[in-house]
Write a protein that binds this ligand. Structure first.
Ligand code: ADP
Ligand code: MG
Length: 674
């Protein structure tokens, strides 16, 4: 149905137009308005399809109404046919069309023209409505689709971001793992590997891809690996321990845990492998076992050596006393000399035991290893015989070390004797010293965990038989020897180890069977510019003295021994068997006590404490400590303050007399020495 609004101030006109339209336009509904204002009102509320508008009306005239209708969003699409007065000037026509009217009819109106105009207007309106509707629909659809697209776009962006992140995240996880991760195909060829695997195996990325896992295993490990691969195909997952061989030949202990990759059809397609490097852990374990073993044997050896020392002092001392007495009997004298020599050898063995058990009394000082080597070189040549050529290559500006020179001699000696034994047919022996600045890399490369820093290196190399792996692994074990019974004690290298450890150093060995050996000893450089202390050798003077010496020693035979010797040198001797006893002796004694010769560890009151007590009464009294090893606080650290006078057990009568003389002479000269 079409709705037509007729606006005219004359009711007759409206009736006539209504009748005409109703008669000639089928299916039409005519509404009327008798003024401009009413017309505007109805046009807005009733949505007519066409408006017939009289120009000449009181109040709002036709032009004004047309103008307003065409400027209103709601009504601007309605076609307007303007109807003019009887006499229409062309100016009216222009004005009417200017306000936006769609057609213009002048009175008297031709009925058919009017109907034709109305029909055309209705058709245009209908077509325009349809177009607008479609346009709206299109716009709506476009808007909807655009919104949808934008949403999808956002989702995609989000999705891509997530994927990129996940990819980032996975790569990070794989590449920062501490384990080697790899994929291998059904023939155990590597198809993917993370950086850690390249590090562990020592190959570059481009080399490793496509290589077989077998390439990194020796024959026996290949067998273990193959067995595990069979097992993991059935169980999906296994774990085994393998020794991998790096590109540079170095061995690496590792745990391999492969997981089978099975496709949808249940076919085996390869494996995902994880390799964990456990070399360091294994090394630490081995070190722990080694040090526990050393500790246990050290305790045993130390305990035996202590008692042994005292016995030796008595044996050797008495042998010497006997020698003094039998000057005339030549054959008896020889026999006693043999006893003395055997005693001396036994004493040096005891020293080794004590050094090894780390309880030997040591007197470290700042020393130059080169000096020690130079001094012992002549003696070494005699020890090793003519067939072996000794070469010494020393660093001229060698750093100093803080060590006991006796121990250093012992280390060199033990290594030189081993070198000699390894070269029965002769050969070359090289002793070298260098300064070495060991950075972290050095240690990692060689698998040792030591404090990085400045070390003095002492190397002893020979061109002898060399060692197999078994020997190299056990060389530091106490009593480990490959020499025939009576030739080797198996204590040489364990002593070296003990001494070096005691001095915060470490030993490194290079050796192959048939290719000689090199032993490298690293001792920490002395901090600061400390110069070696010049040791003043006092001349041997057997004339003795007449001072009073108080001997305090809990071991009867030792005490008795010292008590016998000193009077022979003119000294006045007092004895006590422990600290308290010594204080009693002092109380009864009327004169001075010039020297205290005391054991370090004694029940109840130790030597140090006793010395302090006595020095209260005799401020100028000198003290000599004698000991093999003790558990005393100073000694537990293996160090006796170098400024203290010390006499090592076992000692000889001459050794004792000389020490006593030396210490007392200093007193006479007025230098305290303390
Ligand atoms: P010993 O010399 O009494 O056997 P060591 O502790 O000094 O005891 O040495 C232990 C073992 O280490 C020796 O028996 C020997 O097998 C081996 N060894 C030590 N030094 C060398 C060397 N320079 N060349 C070859 N083998 C050596
Ligand atoms: Mg030896």
């Amino acid at each position: 149905m079409s709705k037509i609004l007729a606006i005219d101030d004359k009711k007759d006109n409206l009736i006539a137009i209504s009748a005409l339209l109703n008669a000639l336009i089928p299916d039409c509904n005519v509404i009327t308005a008798q003024s401009g204002a009413e017309g505007l009102e109805k046009a807005k509320n009733q949505f007519p399809d066409t408006i017939l508008l009289d120009i000449k009306m009181p109040g709002l005239d036709g032009y004004e109404v047309c103008n307003r209708l065409k400027n209103d969003e709601i009504t601007k699409h309605i076609p307007i046919i303007m109807i003019s007065a009887i006499k229409t000037e062309s100016a009216d026509l222009v004005k009417g069309l200017g306000t936006g009217a769609d057609a213009f009819l002048a009175k008297p109106i031709d009925e058919y023209v009017l109907i034709a105009q109305v029909k055309t207007a209705l058709r245009i309106k209908k077509a325009e409505d349809l177009l607008r509707e479609q346009k709206d629909l299109l716009e709506h659809t476009v808007q909807k689709r655009t919104a949808e697209l934008m949403r999808t776009n956002e989702q995609l962006k989000h999705e891509i971001n997530n994927r990129v992140n996940a990819e980032k995240r996975y790569r990070m996880l794989v590449e920062t793992m501490n384990d080697g991760l790899f994929l291998m195909d059904e023939n155990c060829l590597i198809t993917f590997a993370n950086n850690r695997l390249f590090e562990i195996l020592g190959y570059s990325k481009d080399k490793i891809i496509g290589m077989s896992v077998h390439n990194f295993l020796d024959v026996s490990n290949q067998r273990i690996f193959d067995e595990q691969m069979e097992v993991h195909k059935k169980n999906n997952h296994t774990v085994c321990e393998l020794t991998f061989t790096r590109k540079n030949g170095q061995k690496i202990d590792a745990i391999l845990s492969p997981s089978a990759i099975i496709d949808a059809e249940g076919q085996f397609k390869g494996s995902l492998g994880v390799i964990t490097d456990i070399s360091e852990k294994k090394q630490l374990e081995a070190q722990l076992v080694q040090s526990q073993k050393m500790e246990a044997i050290g305790l045993l050896a130390g305990g035996v050596a202590h008692d042994f020392n005292n016995l030796l002092t008595v044996i050797m001392g008495n042998a010497e006393l006997a020698l003094m007495a039998v000057i005339k009997n030549e054959s008896l004298r020889k026999e006693i000399e043999e006893i003395k020599k055997a005693g001396e050898r036994a004493a040096s063995l005891t020293r080794q035991l004590l050094a090894f058990s780390r309880k030997q009394m040591i007197m470290p000082e700042v020393i130059d290893l080169n000096k020690g080597i130079q001094e012992t070189k002549k003696m070494l040549q005699r020890t090793i015989g003519e067939d072996i050529e000794i070469l010494t290559i020393v660093e001229p500006e060698l750093w100093k070390v803080y060590a006991d020179s006796g121990q250093i001699d012992q280390i060199i000696m033990n290594m030189v004797i081993n070198a000699r034994d390894a070269m029965p047919q002769g050969g070359k022996l090289t002793i070298e010293t260098t300064n070495s600045d060991l950075n972290k890399n050095y240690f990692c490369e060689h698998g040792i965990k030591e404090t990085a820093g400045h070390y003095v290196m002492l190397a002893v190399s020979d061109t002898g038989s060399g060692m197999d792996k078994e020997t190299r692994e056990h060389i530091f074990d106490p009593f480990f020897t490959t020499k025939e019974v009576g030739k080797g004690t198996g204590l040489g290298m364990s002593t070296v180890y003990g001494i070096v450890k005691q001095n915060n150093g470490f030993v490194w060995i290079y050796s192959e069977p048939g290719r000689g050996s090199t032993f490298k000893i690293y001792l920490p450089k002395v901090k600061g510019n400390a110069e070696p202390e010049e040791k003043e050798q006092s001349p041997v003077d057997d004339s003795g003295g007449s001072e009073t010496v108080l001997i305090v020693e809990d071991d009867y035979s030792l005490r008795n021994f010292a008590q016998k010797i000193l009077p022979r040198y003119g000294y006045n001797v007092l004895v006590a068997e422990n600290g308290e006893d010594a204080l009693m002796v002092r109380k009864k004694h009327k004169g001075q006590i010039h020297l205290l010769l005391t054991d370090v560890v004694m029940p109840r009151m130790g030597g140090k404490k006793l010395a302090e007590r006595l020095q209260f009464f005799y401020p100028r009294m000198k003290v000599i400590y004698m000991s093999g090893y003790t558990d005393n606080a100073i000694v537990r650290h293996g160090v006796l303050e170098p400024r203290l006078n010390f006499l090592e057990k076992p000692f000889t009568p001459k050794g004792l007399a000389r020490k006593v003389w030396e210490v007392l002479k200093n007193e006479k000269l007025g230098c305290s020495g303390f």
